[in-house]
Design a protein around this ligand. Structure first.
Ligand SMILES: [Zn+2]
Length: 287
């Protein structure tokens, strides 16, 4: 059942757990994510990057329909909406959350642009995610980690000024694979952020950040965990390791897809288990 992202995040905040937000890019990836959520009786946030689908509006409507067919809470969020066009398309496509990603701008400009979309989204019941501090990429982790960390006092001020519903924070995580240094998560900073910032907090770059680290962040106070690369890679690995594929057999695109998406699903379920959301489905199943 489709719900607003804020409803999922507020319940997670109250219950002291996190909810996984896997990146998807086609109907197959959405389907296995929803299957994973149903099998683990868990809420889920479907995250769509603007460049991961050529038609955000149509894709949004497809996901809405798929979400309404399952009896777990599903939010549909635009991940890293870094352009005006992407945010508007997501709103028109029926997304129940948008991330207005302006973290590379100044404090004031970032807050101003988030506030602009908040004004549009609030009457529509659409949740607005912002980012303050910046999340590094795995390849420039060693150089950027320190510079990008979120300042807790400024973050509290940013939330008041922008009116964002939830906030992505930089606490030593990075997007994608860590090719330059291992994840060094600043749990004390997260504790401070939790104490000073009222809105739910978002952990970006869940892939390869370590199951123990993610579990601890969710216990301390992260309510949304983004993850994509690890599940994609794992799905591909399953395909490449398949005996028929290795033997050079032409297994066909459909079977290749089935193997890959089964791997993607398995990895997604591993991450869902560590966030603590298993069994947190609040939608009652009617007989
Ligand atoms: Zn991200």
């Amino acid at each position: 059942m489709l719900v607003s992202m804020l409803e999922i995040l507020e319940k997670a905040k109250k219950g002291g757990y996190g909810v996984l937000a896997p990146n998807v890019f086609n109907e197959d990836s959405v389907r296995v994510c929803l299957e994973a959520a149903v099998e683990l009786d868990s809420p889920i946030i479907i995250d769509v990057l603007p460049n991961n689908h050529k038609d955000l509006v149509s894709f949004g409507h497809i996901i809405r329909q798929m979400a309404d067919e399952v009896r777990v809470p599903v939010a549909l969020n635009l991940d890293h909406g870094d352009s005006y066009e992407a945010c508007v398309k997501a709103i028109y496509g029926g997304f129940t959350g948008i991330m207005v990603d302006r973290a590379a701008l100044s404090f004031e400009e970032n807050a101003k642009e988030v506030a602009y979309f908040k004004k549009i989204c609030e009457p529509l019941g659409i949740t607005v995610e912002a980012e303050f501090g910046q999340i590094a990429d795995g390849c420039d982790y060693a150089e950027k980690r320190e510079e990008y960390l979120t300042d807790p006092d400024k973050a509290a001020e940013f939330v008041k000024l922008s009116g964002c519903d939830c906030l992505a924070v930089s606490i030593g995580e990075a997007h994608g694979e860590y090719t330059n240094g291992a994840p060094d998560i600043d749990f004390e900073r997260l504790e401070e952020l939790k104490a000073k910032v009222d809105v739910p907090l978002v952990f970006h770059g869940g892939s390869f950040s370590g199951f123990d680290n993610i579990a601890k962040c969710c216990q301390i106070g992260c309510q949304k965990v983004n993850m994509g690369t690890d599940a994609y890679n794992y799905g591909l690995q399953m395909l490449f390791e398949d005996g028929r594929y290795q033997a050079g057999e032409n297994i066909g695109a459909r079977m290749a897809g089935d193997i890959m998406w089964a791997g993607y699903k398995e990895r997604t379920m591993d991450y869902m288990r560590v966030t603590g959301s298993v069994g947190k489905n609040w939608i009652k199943i009617e007989d």
